[in-house]
Design a protein around this ligand. Structure first.
Ligand SMILES: CC(=O)Nc1ccn([C@H]2C[C@H](O)[C@@H](CO)O2)c(=O)n1
Length: 105
């Protein structure tokens, strides 16, 4: 079933709003979005809406395939990105890269 909203941890809100974070890596359960889809974005912690995004595309990517390019799109270094993924999705190898653009508010 297609997602109708997406949440991010509050600590990523500024990077999303500034346009410095343009992808998110999710597990299979949160990969069900399609190109062109517009989604409201809220904080994971309090479900506070803070922007809308448009999905550009969704691509499967394995943990071992992550590169500095992915990290830059997350506004992180590659070690930081690996740490974040290990914290959120411990032991998960198959991820899905969701590219998005923020819509004007
Ligand atoms: C509930 C849940 O999983 N929420 C998530 C998952 C991921 N993110 C961010 C963290 C990283 O920047 C990328 C890669 O996972 O996406 C998130 O904010 N909230």
């Amino acid at each position: 079933m297609l997602l109708t909203k997406i949440t991010f941890f509050e600590r990523f809100e500024h990077d999303i709003l500034s346009g410095s974070k343009t992808i998110t890596l999710r597990d299979e359960a949160e990969s069900h979005v399609i190109a062109g889809q517009i989604l409201p974005v809220s904080t994971f912690e309090t479900d506070r809406w803070f922007c809308d995004i448009q999905i550009i595309d969704v691509t499967p990517v394995k943990l071992t395939e992550l590169t500095k390019v992915h990290a830059k799109q997350e506004n992180m270094t590659l070690p930081q990105l690996r740490d974040v993924i290990a914290e959120i999705y411990p032991g998960l190898e198959q991820l899905f890269m969701i590219r998005f653009r923020i819509l004007p508010q």
